[in-house]
Design a protein around this ligand. Structure first.
Ligand code: DI6
Ligand code: FE
Length: 407
């Protein structure tokens, strides 16, 4: 009777184990799978006498943990390519938002779209992420901005997860922007989120976490505190869009609520970074939004390194500031724009991204006992995953031990 279900041999493995040097590389390695989990990861020479029902050579290819996109707005109606053109002609993101464009134009398109239409559009984007090595995706709401349409978005995100091999974690981001109907009384909208929406979301099990946008023209610390207290009441994790355009002390606010992550962080202070280190809050860096907004101030990378704050990377796929459907391209951008090393980028799209979703014990590295989410690449060195632009080096993707059909 074979011990293992599947044995992958002739592999160069980047385990991405925490603390391991050089990507945690195993030159002539093998990976054994039982059911949905990694049963053994090591040097081929150490297999000795063990056998598997199926043995498959990957012919010297590199194997890494499958990628994890821990911050997306994948579900939305329409697109904002026209606005993108406007911005190229000098209009600022804030001017467009104040003129009723920006997020609110996507809100109009999302409110009028049916669940099927939203599903079809997002499913295409999900396939694109998978075709570049992603096996776990976080999807936020945030373009409904009222009771019915926020639930609609989360139901679509849950459906995407139920109908795909990929794992989809969902996040309620009703506190993304103030809806036009509450322009004069944003606090009433916050009350609706806390007293009606979060209980309904928890009741239906539609979200794994709650997020908010901490920015002068969005929500302030007092309003976000109310939303996070309500989330905590239902044992929902919290995350925060923090200090993207100004230092609003968002990082410290996220730390105060032991948030899973604080995301963007371009204007975060060293004190904010220190607070995140103390609360164990991961940083999620979003180079796609940085590039599309023409931002010039990178997040405080040296402070994050110095305080050993896990630095995750994500696409932030959204129609306004990051129309990016490849996590590998986000890695390539993070090297060039934030001066992260290729090893930090791969860790950011695997091990650290798992932490930002509260999945650190379950995936993100190639270690026995973890989920068998595996990416196999046609490359000569893992650094190439951040080096090449516009290529498609993925050879195979296994999710929970099963090969995914990417065509
Ligand atoms: N920050 C961003 O960059 C996106 N959301 C956020 O909180 C922008 C979303 C959009 O413009 O549609
Ligand atoms: Fe975002």
């Amino acid at each position: 009777m074979a011990e293992w279900d599947l044995l992958l041999t002739d592999a160069r493995i980047a385990t991405m184990r925490l603390g391991a040097r050089n990507y945690g590389t195993i030159e002539d390695g093998a990976i054994a799978i039982v059911g949905e989990s990694l049963a053994w990861v090591g040097a081929a020479a150490d297999i000795a006498g063990k056998s598997a029902q199926t043995t498959r050579s990957v012919a010297g290819r590199w194997i890494t943990p499958a990628l994890i996109d821990c911050h997306t707005h994948l579900v939305f109606g329409g697109d904002r390519s026209a606005e993108f053109e406007q911005r190229l002609q000098g209009a600022s993101y804030e001017e467009i938002a104040r003129a009723g464009g920006g997020i609110l134009s996507t809100v109009r398109a999302t409110r009028t779209a049916s669940e099927d239409e939203l599903f079809a559009a997002a499913h295409k984007r999900l396939q694109q992420l998978a075709s570049d090595g992603v096996a776990t995706v976080e999807i936020k709401s945030g373009y409904g901005l009222d009771f019915e349409n926020e639930l609609k978005m989360l139901r679509v995100a849950r459906c995407l997860g139920d109908s795909s091999d990929l794992t989809v974690k969902t996040t309620l981001l009703a506190a993304h922007a103030i809806p036009p109907e509450h322009a004069q009384d944003p606090d009433a909208y916050v009350t609706m989120i806390c007293e009606k929406l979060i209980p309904a979301v928890a009741e239906e099990g539609l979200a794994d976490a709650v997020d908010a946008y901490c920015e002068s023209f969005a929500f302030n610390a007092e309003q976000i505190g109310r939303v996070f207290d309500a989330a905590r009441g239902f044992e929902l994790a919290v995350k925060l869009h923090a200090d993207q355009l100004t230092d609003g002390d968002g990082a410290a606010l996220a730390a105060k609520y032991s948030a899973l992550s604080a995301d963007h962080l371009e204007y975060t202070s060293v004190a904010g970074v220190a607070a995140m280190a103390k609360s164990g809050t991961a940083a999620v860096l979003l180079p796609g939004a940085f590039l599309t907004l023409g931002e010039t101030q990178p997040p405080p990378i040296d402070a994050l390194r110095g305080h050993h704050v896990p630095m995750a990377l994500a696409t932030d796929c959204n129609p306004g500031t990051s129309p990016l459907c490849s996590l590998r391209e986000a890695m390539a951008l993070a090297c060039r724009l934030f001066k992260l090393t290729p090893q930090e980028c791969l860790a950011g799209a695997t091990r650290e991204a798992a932490l930002a979703l509260g999945l650190g014990a379950d995936r993100g590295t190639l270690e026995a006992g973890k989920r068998a989410d595996i990416a196999i690449w046609d490359i000569e060195h893992p650094r190439e995953l951040s080096y090449w632009l516009g290529t498609r080096p993925l050879s195979d993707l296994l999710i929970a031990g099963r090969t995914v059909n990417l065509t």
